[in-house]
Design a protein. Structure first.
Length: 358
């Protein structure tokens, strides 16, 4: 009999979740590996990562450390639906799985960065989707008690069957993640409130810890040991993102205006200058530290207009700094970090290296 099921929506029209789609993906994996789904799961994932308790087949009862429930799907090992959330695992294995993604153990770093990006948005401003990610956009204060916020995406995946449920979440911005395993009659219903509670508290705490660490280890004054007229001062502002570029002098000349040259403005007093991580780093061949690349951006001290969703008067935000990064070579810096502390700052455009003096 011919299948007469019609399309739900046209291709690329809307973002819809499909358990059946994950079942098809499992069949694709079997074709690619010439193995059953259970075997492919072991050879492609569990084996390389040393996961001892992750399988789509019920584990042996011998030495098993698991919570039993009165009514559950335990042992319901339907391999057609297993790719949509039918994997047995534990907290240790989920931790290793999360670290393997954040540290790019199985895939190249470029592939991981490409994979962990939204593929489409939803009707909710705080939710996007990836493959297979359920992406939740958290609004985080840029510092404790600040009314200025920034967005940070939490990449999550919910899984579950009758009696058991799991939350798996990664925060690429912070290089961390968490997982929650739940058992009981209310496991499926409880996973989302627990995800929201842990995510909002844990990620916010990580953000604040980053601010505190930067204030201690990234702030400071730096000068060229061979030319005291070349110096730079970095600081952490309580109400702004990134690292504040408080001052920059090259051979006695105030250099900050060059960073806003592309905007036709040389008066540096009208702007706030910030350094933002480029997420590029490499070992320092002359020390035990690492070199981290940062890009400078500027914004009006008066602040940019905010959209209504951010408490402003209009529909749009005006964020122009991302459009010019790298276009003009006037804002590239390398920070030498040794044991977590910035020891020198190199301003690439003038080829000047300034050592910490305070």
């Amino acid at each position: 009999m011919r299948d007469t099921k019609r399309a739900v929506v046209p291709a690329f029209q809307a973002s819809l979740y499909s358990d059946a789609g994950f079942g098809v993906l499992g069949r694709v994996l079997e074709k690619l590996t010439n193995k059953t789904y259970a075997e492919a799961l072991q050879t492609s994932l569990a084996g390389p990562l040393g996961l001892k308790s992750s399988s789509s087949i019920k584990p042996s009862d011998k030495g098993l450390n698991a919570l039993a429930t009165n009514d559950s799907s335990w042992g319901f090992d339907n391999q057609l639906t297993a790719p949509s959330g039918g994997v047995y695992s534990n907290a240790h294995d989920l931790r290793e799985l999360g670290l393997s993604i954040l540290q790019a153990r199985l895939l190249s770093a470029d592939t991981v960065r490409h994979w962990m990006k939204p593929l489409a948005h939803t009707a909710a401003l705080t939710s996007s989707v990836g493959a297979p990610w359920e992406i939740h956009r958290l609004t985080l204060p840029v510092s404790p008690a600040s009314k200025r916020t920034r967005l940070s995406d939490l990449y999550t995946k919910l899984g579950g069957q009758l009696g058991y449920a799991t939350v798996f979440a990664l925060s690429p911005d912070h290089g961390l993640g968490f997982s929650i395993n739940i058992a009981g009659d209310a496991a499926i219903a409880a996973r989302i409130p627990l995800r929201d509670l842990v995510g909002s508290v844990f990620v916010t705490a990580a953000e604040y810890a980053g601010v505190e660490n930067a204030a201690i280890n990234y702030s400071g004054k730096f000068a060229d040991p061979n030319n005291k007229d070349s110096s730079v001062s970095l600081k952490i502002d309580s109400d702004r993102p990134g690292i504040g570029l408080e001052s920059l002098f090259i051979n006695g000349t105030d250099w900050l205006g060059n960073i806003t040259l592309s905007q036709g403005e040389l008066d540096s007093s009208k702007f706030s200058y910030r350094l933002f991580p480029a997420e590029l780093e490499y070992p320092n061949p002359s020390s035990s530290g690492v070199i981290k690349k940062f890009n400078a951006a500027s914004s009006s001290i008066a602040g940019e207009p905010r959209a209504a969703i951010e408490g402003g008067p209009g529909l749009f935000d005006d964020c122009s700094s991302w459009m010019s990064t790298g276009f003009f070579t006037t804002g590239e810096f390398e920070l030498e970090v040794v044991k977590g502390r910035v020891e020198s700052v190199k301003y690439l455009d003038a080829n000047v290296t300034m050592q910490r003096v305070k």
